[in-house]
Design a protein around this ligand. Structure first.
Ligand SMILES: *Cc1c(COP(=O)(O)O)cnc(C)c1O
Length: 383
């Protein structure tokens, strides 16, 4: 039986053509027209005023933390249930964290829980966050409208970690027609190899604020001034994307609508197959459209504590790759002493969460193999 991978990049002729063009131009590094083309087209795609290409999604987030003026000891509120890159960006600034549990419906930050904690802290005269970092996990939009409203009341910044959710949108409500990563003060996307589109490695910083965009570009290029000598007016980073990677990005962006449609079609087939079973399918909330970047289910609690690993092993025996969801940040050794808000939603998502194969070129035949195997396990033959 051939292997069904979890999620592999989809790279074709067009990508090779544009990358060869970048190589032949001699501009292989961070100067060259593909970088600015990519930024311009990306900004248009998501509907942000400005986009600044970065070496990674983590780099884009780190720049956002710098621009939010996060200093050592400042507090950053961040989703507890996420990939660790989300909080690493704050930790690079020596921030303290306030880890906020997930809402069981969206799996993303429980903003009302954060609101209650801010009210408590304010009344008690305790430290308040300087930034709220929401994370649109697995392609699922977080409640950005509520986060922005809360942040405005407290005069703090909203950073959107949209690394996993490029293409996800709101379809009704206050954010109707908007893309994730464009409604907070700053947003960050990732083009790592396993994301919905890739540049090999790379990221994008987005904002609607001209000054933040100018400063992001400046910080990403060693804060070097356009001066005949080497004049740097602050401590910057080497966080620029290369022209070769940007050429790959331009080609992938042309195909992004197709990738998003493929992910949604895969999700629909899984959802239909698992309807009426004990498998819990991913969030599908009114007024928003997930991209289902990594299609992830919750195995039934009734099957006991080891059920997630059992299903993963059962799939692996049939040469099907799957992956557990992340351990919440408060369970990560370097973050064990950080402040927390909320209960055990993230822990439960971790304990029972499994991502299933969902490459954009997954064939219906291979997907059916995955479905059949999951149903077989559910029926009890996985014991
Ligand atoms: C992938 C990812 C990042 C970081 O992106 P890189 O490009 O790998 O640095 C940040 N946050 C989340 C939630 C991610 O999944």
């Amino acid at each position: 039986m051939s292997r069904v991978p979890l999620a592999i990049p989809n790279i074709g002729e067009r990508e090779a053509t544009l990358m060869n063009e970048a190589i032949s131009s001699g501009f292989v590094s961070s100067v060259g027209h593909f970088v600015s083309d990519f930024e311009k087209r990306f900004a248009e795609y998501v509907g942000a005023k400005y986009a600044v290409a970065c070496a990674s999604g983590t780099a884009a987030l780190h720049i956002a933390m710098r621009l939010a003026d996060i200093q050592p000891g400042d507090l950053v509120a961040v989703s507890d249930f996420t990939f660790m890159a989300s909080s690493n960006a704050a930790s690079y600034q020596f921030a303290e964290l306030l880890l906020v549990d997930s809402d069981p419906e969206s799996w993303c930050m429980d903003v009302p829980k954060l609101r209650a904690e801010l009210e408590r802290r304010k009344a008690a005269g305790e430290k308040l966050p300087k930034a709220i970092e929401i994370v649109h996990i697995l392609g699922q939009p977080a409640d950005a409208a509520a986060a922005v409203e809360l942040a405005r009341e407290y005069g703090i910044v909203v950073i959107e970690d949209a690394a996993e959710a490029l293409g996800a949108v709101w379809t009704s409500g206050p954010l109707a027609g908007r893309h994730v990563g464009t409604v907070g003060d700053m947003g960050a996307f990732s083009f790592n190899g396993n994301k919905i589109m890739t540049t090999g490695g790379g990221g994008m910083f987005t904002t609607n604020d001209e000054e933040l965009a100018r400063r992001a570009k400046h910080l990403s290029t060693q804060a070097r001034q356009p001066d005949r000598g080497y004049l740097h007016d602050e401590i910057g980073f080497n966080y620029r994307l290369t022209n070769i990677a940007a050429a790959l990005g331009v080609a992938q962006l042309e195909r992004l609508d197709g990738f998003v449609a493929a992910k949604r079609a895969i999700a629909k087939r899984y959802n239909e197959a698992f309807a009426g079973t004990e498998i819990q399918t991913p969030p599908q909330l009114d007024g928003q459209e997930s991209t289902y970047w990594l299609y992830s289910v919750q195995v039934p609690a009734s099957r006991g504590a080891g059920a997630r690993d059992e299903l993963q092993d059962f799939l692996a025996e049939a040469n099907i790759e799957s992956r557990s969801l992340w351990r919440p940040l408060h369970m990560q050794p370097p973050l064990k002493d950080e402040a927390r808000v909320g209960g055990s939603v993230g822990e439960d998502l971790f304990a029972r969460g499994l991502s299933l194969p969902c490459s954009t070129d997954l064939t219906p035949v291979d997907q059916q193999r995955v479905i059949d195997r999951v149903l077989e396990w559910l029926a009890g033959s996985g014991e």
